[in-house]
Design a protein. Structure first.
Length: 372
């Protein structure tokens, strides 16, 4: 009985350890050049710590394995795309020459890992007044009235109209244009009146101008999007003789243990078949590549729901879900609900019989309201 308890304790310990470690994407057991090897491959993000990848010594299929080496391989990427930046410029004039004199013909771009040189697109320049103020001014006009027989102001009109604006008389100067002798006296016989008319006007003028312009060009980025670790274990044969049965020792307890283990194995196999996960959740990088397994959960037609809040590691950004062929076929045309910390999302499964497995992404947009 103590051995059975110890066996279950060992199984529980192995289960906890496996759930806490990274899941290898590939495991290979081979004999290479006379050496028995177990090779495990992992793909991690550059921020992940690979310290937990190495397992302590373990036994497998008659061999005792110990860590031999870990090989690191950076998975790099290169990306190029067109980008546009819009700048704003304040000026005191809306003259194109003055505005272009203050705009640089190019600008350096360096953001989010992308770099490049953007060029000014002259066709995008747009200038608008930033504000207005009212200014007043004086409208004036001068009129002459000739051939007047006397310098009488009543001969001069009190108002005139200039360009649609009525001006009022503000001043008159008189000039004698003709004389005559009356008796012994020389007297004026005709006058010319020079009249000045004025009025106040106002208009709105811009206090300044704002110009927007776009710079366009190609930006590029390159770097490490993921890291592949190959962990190799070297195995040595386990030496030992098979113990002989001693006289007087009843085999009945061993029969009970064997039957119990058989029953547990059968129940475990049934549970594995009916309860094993059939949906695998991966983290995705900015290039849309699934690079790290975050966990696995089970989907059914009666309960087509995934719960990301129960993963051992919550997706930092976007995630990708892989459905096994059988469950994807059963869920064809069904909505899968994904529970997140800030709400839920849904995805319609569109299965194609030509697929080996079905993938869909869970993105940051299209959020739905939290479930009640």
């Amino acid at each position: 009985m103590k051995r059975i308890i110890a066996l279950f304790a060992l199984l529980a310990l192995l289960t906890v350890s496996a759930s806490a470690a990274y899941i290898p994407e590939d495991v290979l057991t081979e004999n290479r050049d006379g050496r028995q090897l177990v090779i495990k491959t992992y793909t991690l993000s550059p921020q992940d710590d690979p310290a937990d990848l190495v397992q302590p010594p373990f036994d497998l299929d008659g061999f005792h394995y110990e860590h031999m080496e870990t090989v690191k391989e950076d998975l790099t990427f290169q990306d190029a795309r067109q980008h546009t930046e819009t700048v704003t410029l304040e000026t005191s004039t809306d003259g194109l020459a003055a505005i272009l004199a203050e705009l640089s013909p190019s600008m350096e771009y360096a953001k989010d890992g992308y770099t490049g040189v953007l060029m000014l697109d002259h066709t995008t320049l747009k200038t608008e007044a930033s504000g207005y103020t009212t200014k007043t001014y004086t409208i004036s006009d001068t009129r002459q009235y000739t051939g007047l027989d006397r310098n009488d102001p009543s001969y001069v009109p009190a108002t005139v109209v200039k360009n649609g604006t009525t001006l009022s008389l503000s001043n008159i100067t008189w000039n004698t244009t003709g004389t005559g002798i009356y008796g012994d006296t020389l007297l004026p016989t005709s006058y010319t009146a020079t009249a000045t008319y004025t009025a106040s006007g106002s208009r709105k003028v811009a206090t300044g101008y704002v110009t927007t312009a776009s710079y366009t060009g190609e930006i590029t980025a390159e770097g490490v999007q993921a890291v592949r670790y190959t962990v190799t274990y070297l195995g040595a044969p386990i030496e030992g003789a098979t113990p002989e049965a001693k006289e007087g020792v009843s085999i009945f307890p061993w029969v009970i243990i064997l039957l119990t283990l058989t029953a547990l194995a059968g129940g475990g196999a049934a549970a594995f078949l009916f309860l094993r996960p059939n949906a695998v959740i991966y983290a995705m990088n900015a290039k849309g590549v699934a690079y790290k397994r975050l966990g696995a959960q089970r989907l059914t037609v009666r309960k087509p729901k995934l719960d990301f809040t129960r993963l051992r590691e919550y997706p930092a950004a976007e995630a990708s879900v892989e459905l096994k062929r059988q469950v994807a076929h059963k869920l064809s045309g069904c909505l899968v609900t994904i529970q997140l910390y800030d709400g839920t999302r849904t995805h319609l499964v569109e299965w194609n019989d030509g697929m080996d497995s079905y993938w869909f992404a869970v993105k940051d947009d299209d959020k739905e309201e939290n479930e009640t």
